[in-house]
Ligand binder design. Sequence first.
Ligand code: ZN
Length: 478
Amino acid sequence: MTQIRVYDTPRRQKVDFEPLEPGKVRMYSCGPTVWDYAHIGNFRAFLFPDVLKRYLQYAGFEVEHVMNLTDVDDRIVNQVNERGTDIDTYVQTYIDGFFDDLDRLGIQRADRYPRATEHVGEMVELIERLVEQGAAYERGGSVYFAIQSFASYGQFAHLDLTGMQDGVRIDSDKYDKEHVRDFVLWKAWTEADGNVSWPSPFGRGRPGWHLECSCMSMKYLGNTFDIHTGGVDLIFPHHQNEIAQSEASTHQPFVRYWMHNEFVNIDGTGMSKSEGNNVRLQDIGDDETIQSYRYLVVTSHYRTILNFTDEALNAARSARRRLNRFAERLAAAADDPGAVAASDGTGGWSQRVQTAERDFRIALDDDLNTPRAMAAVFGLVGEAEKSLSAEDLVPVDARAILSFFEAADGVLGFLAERDAANLETSVELTPEQRQRLDQRQAAREQKDWARSDELRDQLAAEGIVVTDGPDGQQWSMG
Ligand SMILES: [Zn+2]
């Protein structure tokens, strides 16, 4: 077992990872704003913590994972008032859509998905603490965080704040480095808010976005927790502001390791032209395509920009098909009653599996290097495929390989549900099988029914069912 190292955003380098409590990791991930359906690029910020969590569990940790649902923001408020509905009714469609998409992508559920609107009372308390500490002040019914009161403000995002004016305020949740200002914690009600508001000692209003994550992460994970994830777009101002709010109220370190995933670049695909940047998961294709998208994302290193192209998706699809076909063959070889019952295997497989396992683990210990981990998997797959084709893989070896293969799948999630209907389209025929299908086709054209039946029986013995329909000969895995 090697030391786990992760890239920590503020320190700009890989550092040794040690959780606060031995054996247990507490992790928070910024979740979706449920004002609309998520688009495919958003899912990288949900797939990354999924793999990180599965890997930490594989490495022996217990993981407590919390992801917020932002169910109040400017866009939601506008929609709710325009449609004359209420927040709960409006966001439910998108919350349901979000969880459906997580399931389609094989993303394991977090332990909790707290909603902002269910924590407004606690957010008000946090604001009151910040005001008491002199870190926040009220103006016209709104409350702002005084960034000059927080000496290290800007350090996290490596901002140069010299020459910045004191007491200049910004009300919007999203802004860039050119607009570093005192940011809003509580927004006073305006007419545009319509029916959306909550009471507070400062008057009616609603919480700012940055405050939600400070409040809910500390409530469920403690004042100091281990890992906070999010997309690189959240480093500033969102995460900088979370740190300021949390540490100014508790005077304790907020997060031990900040991990940020890069973007998905979908420019240059036919899809981006027709759909803008709002491609939904269901727009990219069937379940297999969506699983291939998962494969593409999780096998790319999380800190590199991912170019989503048709070619990349197709490559992911065939890699995934190969892995699934391999798992099927391996499972068959593992419980082949006709195979030689060698007691401890042959061909040095136990050593080879151990080497692959070690390389897989070392790659992931090194800042979740999933492409290198997959290289370790494929190294073993390539060797084992040869052995399977030569029919010299004994069950005990097949089982050892399968056991590693399933552990790797537990981290990355590339295997399809083991049901025949799913695998039908994902099998690859051997050249011999392909040849037999061609010969059978030729035999039928020559009306040589005896030969055609003979070939069909041969294929059936290998688990390939051939049927003749209006479109000619078809095959499937029986
Ligand atoms: Zn957040």
